[in-house]
Design a protein around this ligand. Structure first.
Ligand SMILES: Cc1cc2nc3c(=O)[nH]c(=O)nc-3n(C[C@H](O)[C@H](O)[C@H](O)COP(=O)(O)O)c2cc1C
Length: 352
């Protein structure tokens, strides 16, 4: 397989690989900058990105907006002219402020999921930043693209399809996750592609499609391109790279995990997620409530008094390497990872 460079407007990726955004604190400037330097697209996760800032507990929004700029600047230095953007989740409180910040500070793109980014075009209308929604089903792509076309007369600059084997929060119900076996999901991807083609025709412009979720080796990468993808999105494989911003203890949990350790969890975000079973998850499964030490107002919809645990605190524990108290997000194929590698070697293996 010969990986062809991908053009998205005035951006050219030498390697058609997007590194998936990973919050909290897993894909920051270190990983995103390294992927961009190797010719892929590096994605900084904006989710509670300011968790290391001194004023994070008192004013998380201010700390996050400041950290976005710092991380983008650091990533740009590492990237040597490569492409760097942000992953910003729709479910986040102050979503609009994060989107505007990414555009103002000159990121190359915004990828936005965990909900449908219905107003994203409006928020960035005076900027040249590229925008891409994350979709998982034909229904979601149909609803979103039709809405953008009618309301804003525009289509996405590219589109990310995230399949059922992805990590983090998943854009499926539990029932859909049971239904979508690989062959059935393949057919769904075909339907999404057909929908995309309709809008390409309507606007006489190509919408590059990025396919992700469970791409852990050359075989899956080739399969994605054979299904018509223009690029792949990969996250879990990058967690155990030397350059990844995750703590060493977090990387080791991936290396030690077996297939049976990877489970679906119910997240306070209201979507299923995928994570590595650990003592934290065992406590949650037993019905124990782990109350937040304080509420930082991270989600638009959250009832702090009712949730089993605080997603921000559980993910910050992960970012800090406090793995026994952490929610350890991972993709379904994370158990196939057995060593720490470099970003360069992962990209070479995936792309040839
Ligand atoms: C540790 C981890 C954290 C993630 N965090 C986010 C996130 O904050 N926002 C998001 O849209 N997707 C998130 N994802 C999903 C990835 O961006 C990606 O699309 C998906 O995991 C790809 O599948 P793979 O991990 O099998 O390569 C996360 C995935 C992982 C493994």
């Amino acid at each position: 397989m010969e990986a062809r460079p991908l053009r998205i407007g005035d951006i050219t990726l030498r390697k058609p690989v997007f590194q998936g955004g990973m919050g909290i604190g897993i894909s920051l400037s270190g990983l995103a900058g390294a992927v961009a330097r190797e010719g892929g697209a590096g994605t900084i996760s904006a989710a509670q990105i300011g968790f290391m800032e001194e004023d994070f507990d008192e004013n998380p929004l201010k700390a996050n907006l400041r950290a976005m700029k710092k991380e983008l600047e650091k990533a740009r230095k590492l990237a040597q002219g490569g492409t760097v953007g942000f992953n910003i989740m729709v479910a986040m409180n102050h979503y609009e402020a994060y989107v505007k910040r990414a555009a103002e500070i000159g990121a190359d793109f915004i990828v936005s999921g965990a909900g449908l980014p219905v107003d994203l075009p409006e928020l960035v209308k005076s900027y040249s930043i590229k925008i891409a929604p994350i979709v998982s089903t034909e229904k979601s792509v149909h609803v979103l693209l039709r809405y953008w076309a009618k309301k804003f007369n525009r289509i996405p600059d590219f589109l990310v399809i995230e399949g059922p084997k992805a990590g983090g929060h998943l854009g499926f119900t539990r029932e859909q996750l049971e239904k979508f076996h690989p062959t059935i999901y393949r057919a769904e991807v075909g339907k999404i592609m057909e929908k995309v083609r309709e809008f390409e025709e309507q606007f006489a412009r190509k919408i590059p499609v990025v396919l992700g979720g469970g791409i852990s080796g050359r075989g899956q990468s080739e399969e994605a391109f054979s299904m018509g993808a223009d690029a792949i999105q990969v996250a879990s494989r990058f967690v155990t790279t030397e350059e990844c911003d995750a703590a060493q203890a977090y990387k080791q949990t991936y290396i030690a995990a077996g297939k049976e350790d990877i489970v679906l969890v119910k997240s306070p975000v209201g979507m299923p997620g995928r994570a590595i079973r650990n003592s934290f998850l065992e406590r949650v499964e037993r019905g124990e409530r782990i109350p937040p030490s304080r509420c930082r107002g991270c989600l638009k919809k959250c009832k702090p008094m009712e949730i089993p645990y605080c997603i921000t605190e559980a993910l910050i524990h992960a970012a800090k390497g406090e793995v026994d108290d952490a929610l350890l997000f991972c993709g379904a194929d994370a158990h196939k990872i057995h060593k720490v590698e470099t970003v360069k070697s992962v990209i070479e293996e995936l792309m040839g």
